[in-house]
Design a protein around this ligand. Structure first.
Ligand SMILES: C[S@@+](CC[C@H](N)C(=O)[O-])C[C@H]1O[C@@H](n2cnc3c(N)ncnc32)[C@H](O)[C@@H]1O
Length: 283
């Protein structure tokens, strides 16, 4: 038998179904057959890393008791982590307005909590931190914290490291770069921007699967969950809305991504108050 080069190993239909079922159970990701070739190319490096000949053998590893850590690699390979600073900028304007409305109460000892749920490499949480720092030079003295979570431990670690190569910096003005980042130049000549400690310390980055338990004992003023539920089916999305409502302040805001919506917001206790912006229905 002639061994196939890894670049030619095909994702067979049975393995596709096993991988799709696992991805759905573990993370809510819905994989459709039309994406077979994309999934195949995203997973070939896992076959190489494990020295496996085909996807059937890979599925056997995933399903075994020892496959737990491989399932994490699987989810990491399958998730789409695209993000950028100040993406969908209108939400950061709304955040700034909300902060202004609460600033006096905050300065009198109140608190504000923000959650970037599905934070990817941290650019969303940092954009929130920079937005607020621009509004309040005394931000570090206020009781304001940002929680940023993602199922993919690789992106969480990247976000914790808080080092952004130049190519990640689109959307950050020159003035912001000098205020909130320190610049270093790598051996290959590419600039790297490390987040200034005063900004970095506003954010706590944690791994968290939105479909699992949420060890959260606070109410959030703002939840960003943008460009995440687009990968979930309607049933999975509908399980999330009541959970967000439960951890959202009665006058807090939930931001979704540009192509996401709560189909029947009132049914889930929300009202839509602007493009992809929701708040709890008044009680
Ligand atoms: C396209 S990125 C969006 C990043 C950012 N929110 C934005 O809009 O720029 C989607 C992120 O959702 C994360 N994600 C997917 N399924 C998840 C789940 N079940 N729990 C938590 N995060 C999840 C992915 O790992 C990925 O980093």
């Amino acid at each position: 038998m002639i061994a196939l080069a890894q670049s030619e190993v095909a994702l067979d239909p049975d393995s596709f179904r096993s991988i799709a079922d696992l991805a759905y159970q573990e993370s809510g990701l819905t994989l459709v057959e039309e994406k077979t070739s994309m999934i195949q190319s995203r997973l070939r490096h896992r076959l190489r890393a494990l020295k496996l000949d085909d996807f059937a053998a890979y599925c056997a590893v995933l399903k075994s008791d020892a496959g737990r850590s491989e399932r994490r690699h699987l989810i990491s390979a399958l998730t789409t982590n695209v993000s950028h600073f100040f993406r969908e900028a209108h939400h950061f304007d709304q955040l700034a307005d909300l902060f202004d409305a609460r600033a006096a109460a905050l300065r009198a000892g109140g608190r504000m909590r923000i959650w970037s749920a599905g934070c990817s490499n941290g650019q969303e949480a940092l954009s929130a931190a920079i937005t607020l720092a621009e509004r309040a030079p005394d931000l570090s003295q206020l009781n304001l914290k940002i929680l940023a979570t993602d199922i993919d431990q690789n992106v969480v670690q990247f976000a914790r490291d808080a080092q952004y190569p130049q190519r990640f910096m689109r959307g950050v003005t020159t003035e912001m770069r000098s205020k909130y980042f320190n610049v270093t130049t790598e051996e290959n000549g590419e600039k790297h921007y490390s987040v200034a400690p005063s900004t970095r310390q506003l954010i706590q980055f944690n791994a968290l699967n939105l479909l699992g338990q949420w060890p959260i004992r606070t109410k959030f003023d703002v939840i960003f969950c943008r460009n995440v539920v687009i990968y979930f089916d309607a049933e999975t999305q509908e399980q999330l809305w009541p959970r967000f409502l439960e951890v959202l302040h009665p006058d807090g805001l939930l931001f979704l991504g540009h192509s996401e919506r709560i189909a029947e917001p009132e049914k889930f206790g929300f009202e839509c108050i602007g493009p992809t912006t929701y708040r709890p229905l008044p009680q």
